[in-house]
Design a binder for this molecule. Sequence first.
Ligand code: S3P
Length: 445
Amino acid sequence: MTKSNVTPKRSIQASPSALPNDATVLCGRDKSLTHRAVMFAALARGETIIREPLLGADCLSTMSCFRALGIQIEALDARSIRVRSEGFSAFKTPAVDLDCGNSGTTARLISGILAAQPGLKVRLTGDASLSSRPMRRVVDPLRRMGARIEGPEQGNFLPLTIQGQTLQPLAHEVDKASAQVKSALLLAGLFCEGETSVRLPAGSRDHTERMLQRMGANLVSEIHDGMEQVRVRGPFAPPPGRYMIPVDPSSAAFFCVLGLLRKGGTVRLPEVLDNPTRTGFLRVLQRMSSALVLTPDPDQRFVEPVMQITLEGGAALRPTDIEAAEVPTLVDEIPVLAVAAAFAEGPSTFHGLEELRVKESDRLSKTAELLRLAGAEVSVQGDSLRIAGRLKEVQAFTYDAVGDHRLAMAAAIMARRSKKPCCILDSECVGVSFPDFYEMLDSIV
Ligand code: S3P
């Protein structure tokens, strides 16, 4: 698709105020948890209430897929939704394609669920970005359980046609630390008689496991020598429930980096999900700075623990390396961590970034492009990103976010360090995960 001058764009630069303000920012709610809460609610027979769901485009894609399968999802009030379902056995073959939009989590997790519904037939579609992302990582192991899934290039790409079957439990070996793959297989395993297990490199987010354990599923997870094994015993029918969704650490990460890069002032980020499989970026930022305080929040109402993050601007940042083993815990935060590393007092290298090439865009080369446009010295060596650091003056830049929400937000944080206006093309794609991002950015001067 060619970009025209109607592509939404934004101009951002350093705040004109010499004095950074103190700000409390309630960032967007967690995308991964909202997807899963909607999915489990749709599988359960009865009524589930989800408080503070993220209503970003990705989660709306999950909701519209389940609506097409016959599930009622409606606003209960401004900050809650109600999901009513007759249970998975009442899913109806939809009259329309299930459009997963830009959302890999929707496409991959829903494949695991729907492949295991005998008699159901669906076709999954997505936007141009999602249609170019690899699906065989879930399709192949699901086929080994007996799934019937067809699609271009042996089922590697959307549109996928799924003909639901009775699946057989299986012990899976997966070579990537991917929560989407792990979750798709565990979800399929819920509908099998017996034990389904997934063995994979450790570190990927564990929300599916935590939610299933909380619901009473027979699920065990163990980590040995850098490998994780999760076993679930089916059949298990999720019960309806109540979920309250914390703030998304992946959204808070942009304001963490902004808070550290400002000349002063305090930024407070409350109600942030506190789960070590999601907060690797905080461990990296703690290596780079001491101006970061994490305070556990005893509030028990959320589906997982929460904390407050407090940051002070003005301190120098130390360079740091990111090892391949920690990447699964910060996989979505690499672009904004790279922005932070550009200002560090020396070189940083981020290793093990191959998965970034198959995200919503080729995030590895697009992150390097952003840094280069801003005037930073950066190189991509295989799957590593080497960032020289010591960036003083951010050059005015025009950056095309190519529809990738996390790139647009990383570019906005970089632009806030430039004395001249910087232009972000395709800026509104932030709505995929953080619809209020620019409004919140404007609240911090
Ligand atoms: C997600 C898992 C991650 C992450 C994505 C959300 C999830 O993808 O990048 O934004 O909710 O399970 P992978 O499992 O492909 O690493």
